[in-house]
Structure formats: C-alpha cells, structure tokens
Ligand binder design. Sequence first.
Ligand code: FES
Ligand code: MG
Length: 572
Amino acid sequence: MTKKKLRSQEWYGRTGKDGFIYRSWMKNQGFPHHLFEGDKPVIGICNTWSELTPCNAHFRDLAQALKRGIWEAGGFPLEFPVMSLGECSIKPTAMLFRNLASMDVEESIRANPMDGVILMCGCDKTTPSLVMGAASVDLPTLVVSGGPMLVGRFKGKKIGTSDVWRFAEEFKLGKLSQEEFIEAEAAMSRSVGHCAPMGTASTMAAMVEALGLALPDNATIPAADSRRKVLAHMAGMRIVEMVNEDLKMSKILTRESFENAIMVNAALGGSTNFILHLTAIAKRIGVELDLTDFDHFSSKIPLIANVQPSGEHWVEDLFYAGGLPAVMKEIEKVLHSEAITVTGKSLAENIQKAECYDRNLIGTLEKPIKPDSGIAVLKGNLCPNGAVIKPSAASPALLKHTGKAVVFENIDEFKAKIDDPNLEIDEHSVMVLKNVGPKGYPGMPEVGNMALPKKLLEKGVKDMVRISDGRMSGTGFGTVVLHVSPESAIGGPLALVQNGDLIELDVPSRSLNLLISEEEFEKRKAKFQPIQLPYDRGYVNLFLDKVNQAHEGVDFDFLQGNSGSEVKRDSH
Ligand code: FES
Ligand code: MG
C-alpha cells in the first residue's frame, strides 16, 4: 500500500523559497533535515499547560511521555500552547472564554503543518474548547486527559471538591474557623490533577473516553499515578498509527458515539455542564443532537458509579475498582458497542477484558447504586426551549413541588439579600435567580446552586428548589433547575417571574410552569425591557452578539460546522 502524502508535506515538502521558509526556522531547534522529508507524521501536541490552570500544571511533564511515544512510533512531535482556562481563577467565568479558546485551537491546528493532533485536556473547559476547535478541522485526533487529583484528607475524613460547598456552609454557621478553613484548602488540593469527584473535569474526561476519542482508562487514572504517563506514551504511539490509517475525528464522532456518551454520563451521574459541551461538539462535527436526546438516552440508565457528587466515593477509587471500562461493561447491552474508537477497535473490543473489583464502587443494571440518574429535561411556560435538572443530585421529596417564588433580579441582589434576616423566605419557597444566562451575566456562570439563606441553614434546611438560567458546578448538588432557555436577559419567561408567584416543578412529568394567567403573562411580557450590559468593545462584545442559547450549546452561531483542514495560500 502506498501511503497517502502527509498534510505536513504541504509545508515541509516544498522546493524553492517556500520550503526554505517553512523548514529553515524550525531547524533553529536542532531538528535534522530528515525529519522534514515526509516519512514521519508531524503530531501537534496541543497543550493547555498553565500555572494559572493548576489542574493542568503538570502538563509539561506529561507532554514528555507523549513525545517519547510519538518518537517511538516514528512520528515527529511538535508541542504548541493554546489558551488555557482555569476554572477557579478566571473571572467572571471560564465559560465566557470557552468559545474563544476553541477558536485559538481550531486556527492553530489548521494553520500549522501537522498530520495528527493530541489534545491535552484537564480542567473543565479545557476539554470542550479543545475538542470543539479540533472537530472544526477534523484531523486524526486523540485526547489525553491530565487525570484527577489524589483524594484529600481533612480531620480524618476523605475530601474533594464537592466538600467546598459543605465547608462553606459550615463556615457560614461558625462550625469551621478561618484557620480550619485554610487548612482544608491545602488538604483538599494535595496533588497534581483536576477535581477529585465526578465534577465537570472528570465528566469531560469520561465523555471523551465514551465518545471513543481517548484510550481506555483515560478518565480515571489519577494524575499523580505513573500509569497516567504510560497512557500518554501509548497515546503518542497510537496517534502516529491513526494518521497512517487516516482515522479522522468525523469517523469516530457519529450519532451512535454521542448516544453512548449520554448513556455513560448517566451511569456516572456526571455534570450538567456535559449537556452544553456535548451539544456544542455535535454541532461542530455536524451530528444532530438536541436536548430531548439527553433525557431520552439517560432515562434508561441508573447510577452505576458510586462517585461524588451523585454517590459517595472519588474518581481515584473508581480507577481502582475497574475504571470507566468496567462501568461501560455493566451497561454494554444498551450501548452501541460496535462504535469505532481511537484504538481502531470497537468499544466492545476495548472493554472486553474490563472487570469490576469493588461492588461498593460499581453497581449493575439490576442492582444499581441509585435507580435514577442522568439528566431530566423540563419544558413548560417558564422554559419553552427547555431547562435541565440532575435528579441524582436532588432531594426526592422536592422533585414534585409547588412553591412561592423569591426572586433575585441578578447575582448582586442575591448576594445582598440572601442572608438578610428580614427576607421573606421559608423552606417551601422557590428561589429564582435571573440574568445569569449566556448573555445576562455574561458567560453563564456556575451560580445556579445558590447557597441557602443562613436563617434556614440554622433551622437545619438542607435543600430547596432553585431555578436559574445559569449553570452549576459539576460538583454541586441540590434540587437545582438550570439552563432555563431562553434566558431572562433576552426576554425569556424567567424574566417575568415576580415575588410571590407560584411555580410548579414536576420532574416525573418533566414540567416547569409559572402559575399565572395567560393574560397576566402577556401583560408582563409587553412591559419587558432588556438589560443593558456595559460592553461595547472587545471579545465580550463579540460574545454578546454571537452566542446562542443554552439548549443550542452556548456556542457562537458562526462557529458551528467545520471548515476542514486545507489552507490554499502560502505565508510569503
Ligand atoms: Fe479545574 Fe475543578 S477546578 S477541574
Ligand atoms: Mg466546575
């Protein structure tokens, strides 16, 4: 078989002035001429290393293992940086910049001489931004995640990111001192890696493994475990073969693989952020997927993995129990197990030898960890284009609940009023937060799991119904309705809710309604005034202009689809 000419030869294989320009400056790194002669696939290593993205701060080291694998298999690795989004530091929210990072990734891949790509992903947004960008180019692409942190220990108890919310409540109630709080900070983040529960980062690492874009065990090997480097080495070897096989992303990302990802996410009790990111990826690669698919495919699947926040343990523990392959094995009969993956083999072949070593960690379809999991999609006059809730993280008693609305017009009003002893609110109230959607905040931050009022926490109230057009951290929990679409800032019905209105949430029948007359509804709608945000320049201005709504994935309208990998014109 004669091999297809490598894409990188459109640069390095040129004669005359153009070839000189494309090769000469590269040689200042000490690369010998034979590397440019077209028998070594150039593998771009798209690295989100940054000291401001602590979850990915070990990536320079991890990239060395990747390079060893690429060299061993006969490839030529070239590492390049892209915008890195650190969930905890970036204001006002990393989600505001996911699409910007995806543009950086897309253009960096297309514009440069590479034949295949490794995406180095870790902290929440670093996975979807890289996968979205790469999908719009569609080269052979393999994802390597950074791995979860080792589980922390504080006062003799295992802790991870999902404890942040509990610590914050205890601190508010004076049960934890400032000193203890600071001690907990260090105890929780004791090793390299991303968040230890099945938060958004691990949800994303599992998503790419379930989609078939990563090697088996990508989702769960701890960042600090030497086997993470072994996985990177093997990924480096495999991407070279993928180039030779021309195994592009579009051959792996099929409708079936998206359905698999939704079912696996339900089995894991993964983050609600999954919906936004998977929807955006589907639109990039051109696979039809809408909100109802998430409900339809996840409603068949119970909670299989006993991992926080839906369960009790940690992603590290899940690895020791058999990892994601063992979880997928339990639901294999409902998965499209013939789906092809980056290994060049089917999902079924990848998980053939998977075994569960601990039934406390991995349940079965017959004996799941919890009967309900996944994501429920709600419709009603409050969310004509949908809203979502994660039943496994909610209180069963509140899944059917009617209560009086306590409205916060924006996040500042919420912060100013929530602990006011005179606020009219009790445990039956429904907390409504407006203007935290894609355009309203802007950037759709993770504030949907609003902290409960101090006076109710003191009474021992643990959960209340909360509704917003924002998101929730993958480590969050509670009866929290999120992603209300259309959002309030553009006149979605959420904008019309007033204090004292009755709101009816009925998760079993998938509805969310504002109980006011149609006449009153129309009257309020006629009076609606969109909020004016003070952004008239720069990226945020572009974001406000081009971003679509939650049910469409919060991508920019002009980024949907794929522009291929060809670039016709030369640089000089
Ligand atoms: Fe980076 Fe949680 S903050 S993964
Ligand atoms: Mg998060």
